[in-house]
Design a protein around this ligand. Structure first.
Ligand code: ADP
Length: 194
């Protein structure tokens, strides 16, 4: 693996603070922030065919198909210039997506630099999403049973990635409980190593 670019996977349950922390990470390490959630929401807002198909799944708290997000990520890798790397936020979310990412990067002899994982307990997930619902107005935040389904989906489909990246020696867990500043400092102290 001879990386020209850094590829960070920003990992964590819904509401862990990925979006909140991404800005300062991107700035400090000159990265391009790729949030699959944001990319999908802009497809929905633009009323594209992809957006229409994604909306029903997202609004129910389910994942969109692997191929859809894989395609979005690969095209951003190709079209983005002038950065030192990428901060992948909300991708990969399944083992199949993690394997697809590995093969995308392997084509150019590269690989994931590190998985930076923000961890918070389930009780705090509920609290933070309920708070965000009052601010951002996301349909998938508004109903408790939808949030519940996203948490279930996270445990079933996404949590297995912890073992995946641990096995690769790339898993770095950060305590996501505390002030925004405190969590940011913990993240920087891990990422400064790379
Ligand atoms: P959160 O930050 O609460 O986890 P996101 O904004 O990352 O939410 O994602 C919102 C929704 O978009 C997810 O619940 C899912 O339906 C869809 N989504 C985002 N990323 C992916 C992905 N990598 N694979 C499949 N679906 C995704």
């Amino acid at each position: 693996m001879t990386n020209h670019m850094k590829y960070y996977v920003l990992f964590g349950p819904p509401g862990a603070g990925k979006g909140t922390q991404a800005g300062s990470m991107v700035e400090r390490y000159h990265l391009c922030h790729l949030s699959t959630g944001e990319l999908l929401r802009s497809e929905i807002a633009a009323g594209t065919e992809l957006g229409k198909q994604a909306k029903a799944l997202i609004d129910a708290g389910n994942l969109v198909p692997d191929e859809v997000v894989e395609g979005m990520i690969e095209s951003k890798f190709r079209s983005t210039k002038g950065v030192d790397g990428f901060l992948l936020d909300g991708f990969p979310r399944t083992i199949a997506q993690a394997e697809a990412l590995d093969s995308m990067l392997a084509k150019s002899g590269e690989g994931v630099t590190a998985c930076v994982s923000l961890m918070i307990p389930d009780a705090l997930i509920h609290e933070r999403i309920a708070h965000r619902a009052t601010i951002e107005g996301r349909a998938d935040d508004a109903r408790p049973e939808i949030v519940e389904n996203r948490i279930k989906t996270y445990h079933a489909k996404t949590e297995p990635l912890i073992a995946y990246y641990r096995k690769a020696g790339k898993y770095h867990e950060i305590d996501g409980v505390g002030s925004i500043d405190a969590v940011r400092e913990r993240i920087f102290s891990v990422m400064d190593q790379f």
